[in-house]
Design a protein around this ligand. Structure first.
Ligand SMILES: NC(=O)C1=CN([C@@H]2O[C@H](COP(=O)(O)OP(=O)(O)OC[C@H]3O[C@@H](n4cnc5c(N)ncnc54)[C@H](O)[C@@H]3O)[C@@H](O)[C@H]2O)C=CC1
Ligand SMILES: O=C(O)C1=N[C@H](C(=O)O)C[C@H](O)C1
Length: 258
């Protein structure tokens, strides 16, 4: 391996995203694909490889455990897997503080977790948060392939939280809604007061629409990932950035300086 290259281990390498990430890493001159791991493989062994960054695209039930194992093996982590909570993020922050306190002089480890690495999705979330304070109503509709195991998507959860945060800061109250629900679930999930709807449809990859309404007008912000290639520039950027960002970074928007 060239000394200027960053060694990368992909965890979840046999999955839809993992396979695409392996190809993208192999195609990047400044990165070296050092290991492909999937269920049943031992992350601890990465400590004795040239890998310095682990990329996790696995399943919500195992991603936190994988990140702790990557940190214990001395690797930075880039994570696209969904399912993170304030509690699990807090445990990663604590772990980073511990490992980085022990690494004096060796440069701190970083973890970058992003619900979506596609530029269009990151911008859609950003624009939605900017627009939210100007509208009485806002709802999020996410649309995905039917093999997705979680709903609503991590991107939709984050979008809804950002909208709710912006509305709260602007002093907006609850949205108008006179519904007397006839069937449970008809109005979707409610995330911090924002309704989120999840569509699962054969043929889709990853899509999201943010609807913002006032009397007589509507703003629609839409992002479409037609191919998993859309996530790759963001994933590779995250790998290059995480090695010089000790601690926890949440969202690609921080790296893009939005
Ligand atoms: N942040 C982003 O931009 C994106 C995030 N995602 C998220 O990434 C995750 C993976 O998505 P897909 O690749 O579509 O799923 P997938 O089901 O195709 O792949 C998951 C892979 O993880 C493996 N796996 C399961 N347990 C494991 C373990 N303990 N250790 C190592 N590998 C393990 C599985 O065997 C499988 O190969 C999901 O949470 C999805 O929502 C997906 C696309 C983009
Ligand atoms: O499972 C997927 O496919 C995707 N998952 C992420 C999410 O839940 O937001 C990102 C993207 O939507 C694709």
């Amino acid at each position: 391996m060239d000394t200027n290259q960053i060694g990368v281990a992909v965890v979840g390498a046999q999955g839809r995203m993992g396979r695409t990430v392996c190809e993208a890493v192999e195609g990047a001159e400044d990165l070296e694909l050092a290991a492909r791991l999937d269920a049943g493989d031992d992350i601890t062994g990465l400590a004795s490889t040239v890998a310095s960054v682990g990329i996790d695209f696995t399943v919500p039930s195992v991603t936190e455990e994988n990140v702790h194992a990557l940190l214990d093996a001395g690797l930075h982590a880039v994570v696209g897997t969904t399912g993170w909570t304030e509690d699990s993020l807090g445990r990663v922050r604590e772990h980073l503080e511990q490992v980085n306190a022990d690494r004096d002089g060796n440069g701190g480890l970083g973890v970058l977790i992003a619900p979506n690495f596609a530029l269009s999705a990151v911008l859609a979330m950003h624009f939605a948060a900017q627009a939210a304070r100007f509208f009485e109503s806002a709802e999020v509709v996410e649309l995905h392939h039917p093999n997705k195991v979680d709903a609503p998507s991590g991107t939709a959860l984050t979008t809804a939280r950002h909208i709710a945060g912006a509305r709260g800061e602007a002093g907006l109250g609850p949205m108008p809604d006179a519904t007397e629900t006839q069937v449970d679930g008809a109005r979707g999930a409610v995330v911090d007061g924002v309704h989120v709807h999840a569509v699962r449809l054969r043929g889709l990859v990853a899509h999201e629409e943010i609807l913002l309404g006032n009397a007589g007008e509507q703003l629609t912000i839409r992002t479409d990932s037609f191919d998993r290639a859309s996530f790759m520039p963001g994933v590779l950027l995250a790998v290059r950035e995480v090695v010089r960002r000790p601690g926890l970074t949440l969202g690609l928007e921080n790296v893009l300086d939005l």
